[in-house]
Design a protein around this ligand. Structure first.
Ligand code: NAD
Length: 514
């Protein structure tokens, strides 16, 4: 084992950094330069046990801390994060590659959940029924679970953890976050911020690593719940393994989101939307649009307008000062892909789409990017005449590749959306309210946009897909999130009033209400 140096990214437990005894280290790169910027510890089983133990020690005290005090910490965290979000955005850009404004956007959506969780006192209120039966009152309450695990993907290193941990913490749980090993630094920055906000040590912990760390969370008897976000095969594995170990699980998986353009759609708005949702964050969003379903006769016109727009996009290092980007000072629209391996995989999908006979309208392999020569660049790519048997249609590519499928009718479009194994998000572009209303009813998808291409629900609604995009039955944040991170108790009470004392006596029959 080598000696840790300042570029090492290690676990956070008991309010301090913990190196432990890693099974190894994984390189962390800046995708815009291709340079290794640090290395992250891959936890051993003993390290995982130490981090989980930190959370276990803190859980009871935090769970019994007053709601008023817990909420004050949430408000402080919100203020600090809002004041220092630029710092976090720079960290995200340096390890993920998304441009600064996009990183700020992800933080803004995470902040929304923190703000939602600031209202936990209201959200945890139970019910009370006086005189439910003669002399008997009933009340309900929701109590924290204890220790909860969050396992997150690379593509939103701040927002996805923030879908869960503000709600979990405000509800009185202690958290172990296992971030992606590709961009792990945001998690440690957030841990230090919680400490500054006054959260007791041990309530928020970070466990870095790979399968060893994940398996430790899934099987530990001290972890009560798992919130997972990542690819479908791992989501399914996480769901099955953690359920088998008696935990409640929400495991959000992959996606293939279809945008349907109906004949009456505003084609300029639809083309803008397809470009923004297809290529934003280099297509590395679970709510990215990866399939555009063009209902006759809009296909030719829409493809031409999208192709024109892709040629105006600036691909570059999102971490450099805006003035470095082009003569006008414009920030890059799109950054690099997260790793070289991922860029190469996405690029190989372009080869395969071409070989399968799809029409390559814009080829991102020819990209000229403003950034390091060794950066993991790939430009926006547009395929037309894609058919559902091609692997560029069936597979989640998770890169800047947009496939256009032509259909003749609305019914064909809906049938295509519903036949897909995923059901995360979808959008319809139309000016016909009746058609939009019908689409909303017909599609088997969890999140729907009407003239909105990335319909990520606001924090007080819940985020989650259908079919193989989510395993479990509870979506993230909103009231479903509060429900997930608490369990219910119902208390039936009879106080003896001396002036009206019940007769008592033996009665072995099942209690009746009267
Ligand atoms: P991933 O599945 O490779 O990794 C997710 C997490 O699982 C990481 O923390 C990783 O360390 C861990 N992991 C990876 N392989 C594992 C294994 N064999 N055993 C145990 N743990 C393992 O996903 P990713 O590449 O980081 O993220 C991209 C994926 O996430 C895409 O499929 C995307 O659609 C999905 N995603 C979904 C949503 C959603 O809301 N449904 C949101 C964001 C991302």
């Amino acid at each position: 084992m080598t000696t840790p140096d300042e570029r090492d990214i290690v676990h956070w437990a008991d309010g301090a950094l913990l190196t432990g005894s890693p099974t190894g280290w994984a390189d962390v790169t800046n995708p815009a330069t291709g340079q290794v910027t640090g290395r992250v510890a891959l936890a051993s089983e003993a390290d995982a046990a130490a981090v989980i133990a930190s959370a276990s020690r803190a859980a009871r005290g935090w769970g019994t801390t007053s709601l008023a005090r817990r909420t004050q910490v949430l408000f402080s965290f919100r203020e600090l994060l809002n004041a220092r979000k630029d710092e976090l955005a720079a960290i995200i850009t340096s390890e993920h590659g998304k441009v600064h404004s996009d990183a700020m956007g992800e933080i803004a959506r995470g902040l929304e959940v923190v703000e939602f969780a600031c209202g936990m006192s209201h959200l945890l209120k139970g019910g009370h029924s006086e005189e439910a039966s003669t002399g008997i009152d009933v009340h309900s309450k929701r109590v924290p679970l204890g220790v909860v695990g969050i396992i997150s993907p690379f593509n939103f290193p701040a927002m996805v953890p923030m879908w869960f941990f503000p709600v979990a913490i405000a509800a009185g749980n202690a958290v172990v976050l296992k971030p992606s090993e590709k961009d792990p630094s945001a998690a440690n920055w957030l841990a230090a911020l919680w400490q500054e906000a006054g959260l007791p040590d041990g309530v928020f912990n970070v466990l870095h690593g790979d399968k060893v760390a994940v398996d430790a969370l899934l099987t530990s008897p001290d972890v009560q719940a798992i919130s997972f976000v990542g690819s479908t095969p791992i989501a399914e594995y996480v769901y099955e393994t953690a359920s088998r170990h008696g935990k409640r699980v929400q495991a959000l998986g992959g996606a293939k989101n279809h945008m349907v353009a109906l004949p009456d759609a505003d084609l300029d708005l639809a083309a803008d939307a397809a470009v923004n949702a297809g290529y934003g964050s280099a297509g590395e969003r679970c709510m990215a649009i990866s399939v555009l379903v063009a209902v006759d006769p809009v296909g030719d016109e829409l493809v031409a307008r999208i192709a024109d727009r892709t040629r105006t996009l600036l691909i570059g290092d999102g971490g450099r000062a805006a003035t470095d980007q082009d003569a006008s000072g414009k920030e890059a629209d799109m950054g690099p892909l997260v790793t070289k391996a991922h860029r190469d995989k996405v690029s190989s999908f372009i080869d395969s789409g071409e070989a399968a006979g799809a029409k390559l309208v814009v080829d991102g392999r020819d990209v000229a990017a403003r950034g390091g020569e060794e950066g993991f660049w790939l430009g926006p790519t547009l395929f037309d005449d894609v058919t559902p048997d091609m692997d560029i249609y069936t597979e989640e590519i998770f890169g800047p590749v947009l496939s256009v499928v032509r259909v003749r009718t609305y019914e064909e479009a809906v049938a295509l959306v519903n036949a897909n194994q995923y059901g995360n998000g979808t959008a319809v572009f139309t000016n016909d309210g009746g058609a939009a209303r019908r689409f909303e009813a017909d599609v088997e998808v969890g999140m729907i946009g009407v003239n909105v291409p990335v319909p990520v629900p606001v924090a007080y609604y819940s985020f989650g897909g259908w079919k193989r995009s989510l395993f479990g039955d509870t979506h993230a944040h909103g009231t479903e999130g509060v429900h997930f991170f608490t369990r219910g108790k119902v208390v039936t009470t009879r106080w003896i009033d001396p002036a009206n004392r019940p007769e008592g006596g033996l009665e072995l029959g099942f209690p009746r209400n009267d």
